[in-house]
Design a binder for this molecule. Structure first.
Ligand code: BT5
Length: 239
């Protein structure tokens, strides 16, 4: 993987999208400070200091839009969870579709954005923000429950070592994921999806649906048993 390190940028996803044509497949861009980090829709990703990770991976595995593109965020949530579990002895949870939580609080958020030019697909910017060393004071400034590895373990996390572990794991499982899609990580994903079997509400583009989360399809969609029938949702947020 080629790695680009920036000291400050508005958003690593914006950087990747702007330079998509000249960036190669599997280029990782990370920055120490991110001044306008974005979440999904109009939401923001808060910069909580330069000891945390703001990273975008440029992916160009196919020359066209491909059905597995929506699963890249889930793939990255699995890769991160494995690193947290194996190397940091934490117990991660995945909140569909791709938030990574520890003890019910958000540790990382993921945002994938495709770039096209003149109708041609150029590549995917797969962005992730991970709170490595955020202190409790900064966590309390976030509008929803949030945590960091430091907050959970009391131990400082070396950003470079963490990045290396994350990118190594990403590459290790990548080929199988590209060949087989979400099913290659489905079992692990489900083992971390503590919402399965629970009564949940989801927001799908402003519509609220309530039901029991029955599981995840082979394509990564949520199966929700609502009062009258069972539906599957491929986008949305668990509330
Ligand atoms: C996400 O959106 O969680 C995707 C965040 C992706 C951020 C990365 S950083 C590198 C790359 N460059 C970018 O510009 N973005 C990507 P969403 O599911 O919409 O959640 C956003 C919500 O997460 C906010 O509304 C807050 O409630 C919460 N939040 C914001 N900053 C946070 C933080 N540092 N830690 C935990 N939660 C946070």
């Amino acid at each position: 993987m080629e790695i680009i390190h920036l000291t400050e940028i508005n958003s690593t996803n914006d950087y990747a999208k702007t330079h998509m044509a000249e960036l190669g497949n599997l280029t990782a861009i990370y920055t120490d400070r991110q001044t306008s980090g974005r979440g999904r829709l109009t939401r923001k990703w808060i910069d909580t200091g330069d000891e945390n990770l703001y990273l975008t991976i440029v992916l160009k595995p196919f020359t066209d839009l491909n059905p597995i593109y929506p699963n890249f965020t889930q793939y990255l949530s699995v890769v991160l969870s494995m690193v947290l579990e194996e190397d940091y002895k934490l117990t991660p949870q995945i909140k569909w579709p791709n938030d990574v939580l520890i003890n019910g609080k958000k540790l990382a958020g993921i945002l994938a954005e495709g770039t096209t030019k003149g109708g041609k697909f150029l590549g995917l910017a797969l962005g992730i923000g991970i709170n490595l060393n955020t202190t409790i004071d900064n966590l309390n400034q976030i509008d929803k429950p949030a945590t960091s590895i430091f907050n959970e373990t009391g131990e400082h996390v070396d950003k470079d070592i963490f990045l290396e572990k994350l990118l190594s794991k990403f590459c290790l499982l990548y080929h199988e994921f590209i060949c087989n899609g979400f099913i290659s990580v489905k079992e692990y994903y489900e083992s971390k999806a503590q919402f399965i079997g629970e009564d949940i509400s989801i927001n799908v583009l402003g519509d609220i649906h309530k039901g029991i989360a029955e599981g995840i399809t082979n394509e990564g969609s949520l199966i929700l048993k609502e009062s009258d029938k069972t539906n599957t949702y491929y986008i949305g947020d668990i509330l």
